[in-house]
Design a protein around this ligand. Sequence first.
Ligand code: UDP
Length: 231
Amino acid sequence: MKTTVSYLTEAVHKREPHQVITANPIMVMAALENPSYMEIMKSAELVVPDGTGVVWAAEYCQEPVAERVAGFDLLHELLHQGESYNWRVYLLGSTPEVIRETASRLQTRYPGIVIAGYHDGYFGPAEDEHIVGGILEAKPDLLFVARGADSQEPWIAKYKARLQIPVMMGVGGSFDVISGKSRRAPVAFQKLRAEWLYRLLKEPTRYKRMLALPKFAVKVVREKDKVTKEQ
Ligand code: UDP
């Protein structure tokens, strides 16, 4: 986390655009099944291990990562860091009420940052031009996009060359949690590395996409076996 924050601080200072992807097993499986999603993940300037499954896979394949870098925590760390430099932040996604409340709560919690603008996430491709124009006018250092993993990452990838923002990151359901609309998994679940289980219990309709988790585990074990046999 510390290394990620200092790396991205450098990116802001040098004005180097970065699409930051917080990878979890569902996204990795989506990439394996969908070449255009794979291309997006490969062309991201930074991918951090968000899901505990990804951290486990890295360990299992003997290429361990230092620790999990959860998108929700990274968002807060970056805002905290940004206070020293009065970074400008643009928030895009979730419903109009959620985004308004999120902007207000973040401004109160991090008075040193500038909320340069925000917009809800319920718009179609026809409105993209207008939204991109609004973001460019706001001149943000950080852009957080909360529209669900299957649309936020492709959206950032499509517009990153025009946006040229040092940190452009998809943050999934984070605004729902910040605004108080939903709750992050209790610490006990986090410690047990079972935030996914908490979300499944709260939102059982998520089970379909969670079927990717056992598939991911099997894939990791198989790939590792293959590599070991080849050596
Ligand atoms: N969302 C949005 N526009 C949409 C669909 C979803 O802004 O067209 C928002 C939604 O309000 C929520 C966030 O995207 O705040 C994340 O949704 P979800 O938890 O379903 O995403 P995932 O878990 O797939 O990242």
